[in-house]
Design a protein around this ligand. Structure first.
Ligand SMILES: *[C@@H]1O[C@H](CO)[C@@H](O)[C@H](O)[C@H]1NC(C)=O
Ligand SMILES: *[C@@H]1O[C@H](CO)[C@@H](O)[C@H](O)[C@H]1NC(C)=O
Ligand SMILES: *[C@@H]1O[C@H](CO)[C@@H](O)[C@H](O)[C@H]1NC(C)=O
Ligand SMILES: *[C@@H]1O[C@H](CO)[C@@H](O)[C@H](O)[C@H]1NC(C)=O
Length: 464
């Protein structure tokens, strides 16, 4: 059993025996009302000694408080592509998302009382700092229900601010064919965004707003765990130099140089986040944000690993999604095994051949949503409209079928094992962007690694 989980279980036993009793005045900014929940002795909170280090959920749980958390940020914390029950929501939450896996562990640690855990999963595919910040149309912070216990936050943010999609599109897939822009330009844009202060400033505001929303002064144990990103490629193998993930014929080769440059971008983003988190922490007497770098756990599980012929749709040990690829959840994982994860992958349009996007109107809403899948799909439709003779690459022939000038259809391979969920998905437009949008996102086993890295970081923090 996982060491962290054992700790959870041990502390869970403590928790059921202790009664949470603290009073937390909550200011409802919107309605200007104050209300008190969880009647008890207010002094309990005051008696908490501010810790030198932020206390991990494991630790503060032994104080007997209710445990709840909030997950904020982008598709990495939403878990796009990792399976869903019923209908997929617009944010593309997946059952294999690492915040969901952590919620499962917390619930399991509570010995038959899973409802004492509250997990507010507010992350949304496509989100930039703009969508997290308070006041915006889709503000995640505004959705936070401060009446629910919120003892820690999980956050994944930065990839969309720093142009991951543009790089992916220009350098690897070229969804918009010749019009996709050069890889060089996309990398320069990312580099410029990284070097500007804008992201750092926005991240700092985001973190301050999260802290304020949960009234951190009253919760010395509260802290934000922010996860980074993983390098996509093994950049040393030679064979991949001749392979391509491009969606049209003659797509860009996955040269060692390209792979190295994209990996460097991921490392630069992680470093930027780590550095910014350091600056933010320096403004508090105790650290409020813990940056978790999980990249090392991905060794052997990236694209272009030794002996792998890309695109390899069958390799479960690759922890990123390919376009239209299946999830790799092991059986036994709640909800993410077999049928559900496969459903997220494909076959959904088998029985309903419909034109999926209108190339004349799709771009603005797709860009506004920030959703990689919506943008990819739109660009492909636009490319095909501008150039009807475009042919999908061999890599894509098994996953996308151009029906006509401007309509694309998922092929619904005959050998696909499909579960009941496919019927549900049949008419869902949302289904299709996920097919593309999950590309280069963690599959369930990647999320398990991120979860493990979070537990590892929490443990190291406690031992420090
Ligand atoms: C919590 O779960 C218990 C059983 O485990 C149930 O009796 C109780 O009604 C639940 N409470 C809420 C608020 O859902
Ligand atoms: C917030 O959570 C409380 C406690 O569960 C609930 O009663 C309330 O309806 C929630 N508020 C919103 C806006 O969902
Ligand atoms: C995993 O799934 C396979 C086939 O779906 C099944 O035969 C096997 O028993 C499952 N293993 C576990 C541990 O559930
Ligand atoms: C799996 O997840 C579903 C939905 O969250 C939940 O109802 C069910 O109890 C879980 N099953 C197990 C075995 O944890």
């Amino acid at each position: 059993m996982h060491h962290a989980l054992q700790l959870f279980l041990a502390l869970g036993a403590l928790l059921v025996r202790t009664t949470a009793s603290y009073s937390l005045p909550v200011q409802n900014h919107r309605q200007g009302q104050q209300h008190v929940l969880q009647a008890g002795q207010a002094s309990t909170v005051q008696e908490q000694r501010p810790p030198q280090q932020p206390i991990s959920p494991f630790k503060h749980r032994s104080n007997g408080f209710q445990t709840g958390f909030v997950a904020l940020g982008d598709s990495y914390s939403a878990g796009i592509g990792t399976g869903f029950l019923g209908k997929e929501d617009d944010c593309r939450h997946g059952l294999g998302a690492y915040p969901q896996l952590i919620a499962n562990d917390l619930a399991a640690s509570q010995h038959g009382s899973p409802n004492i855990t509250s997990a507010q999963l507010l992350a949304c595919t496509g989100a930039t700092t703009q969508q997290v910040l308070a006041g915006g149309e889709d503000s995640q912070i505004d959705k936070l229900n401060t009446s629910l216990p919120t003892d820690f936050a999980l956050l994944s943010l930065g990839g969309n601010d720093l142009g991951f999609f543009e790089v992916m599109n220009s350098c690897v897939f070229r969804f918009y064919s010749f019009y996709s822009g050069t890889c060089e330009t996309a990398l320069e844009h990312s580099r410029a965004a990284l070097e500007s202060d804008e992201f750092a400033v926005r991240l700092e505001i985001t973190i301050t707003e999260i802290l304020d929303a949960v009234r951190w002064e009253k919760k010395p144990w509260f802290f934000i765990t922010m996860t980074g990103y993983a390098r996509f490629f093994d950049a040393t193998t030679e064979a991949c130099d001749d392979m391509s993930f491009g969606v049209w014929w003659n797509g860009p080769r996955l040269t060692r140089e390209l792979r190295a440059r994209m990996n460097d971008l991921v490392l630069a983003v992680n470093n930027k986040i780590r550095y910014t988190v350091g600056l933010i922490n320096a403004k508090f007497s105790t650290d409020k944000v813990l940056f978790v770098d999980h990249d090392d756990l991905w060794d052997g599980h990236r694209f272009c690993e030794s002996g792998v012929v890309e695109p390899d749709y069958e390799r479960g040990d690759t922890w990123f999604f390919l376009v239209g690829g299946a999830d790799n959840a092991r059986n036994g994982t709640n909800g993410t095994s077999t049928g559900i994860s496969r459903n997220t992958g494909g076959g959904g349009q088998r029985n309903s051949p419909t034109a999926l996007v209108d190339p004349a109107t799709c771009l603005e809403p797709a860009q506004r949503s920030g959703d990689w899948g919506a943008q990819a799909l739109c660009y492909m439709a636009m490319a095909k409209q501008r150039d009807p003779s475009l042919r999908p690459s061999p890599a894509m022939e098994r996953v996308v079928l151009p029906l006509s000038r401007d309509a694309f259809l998922l092929p619904g391979r005959e050998d696909d094992e499909v579960g009941d969920g496919d019927v549900l998905a049949g008419n869902s437009m949302w289904y299709v962007p996920t097919y593309y949008g999950k590309t280069f996102h963690p599959r369930t086993r990647g999320h398990e690694a991120i979860r493990d890295a979070v537990y590892r970081a929490w443990r190291e923090m406690e031992e420090a």
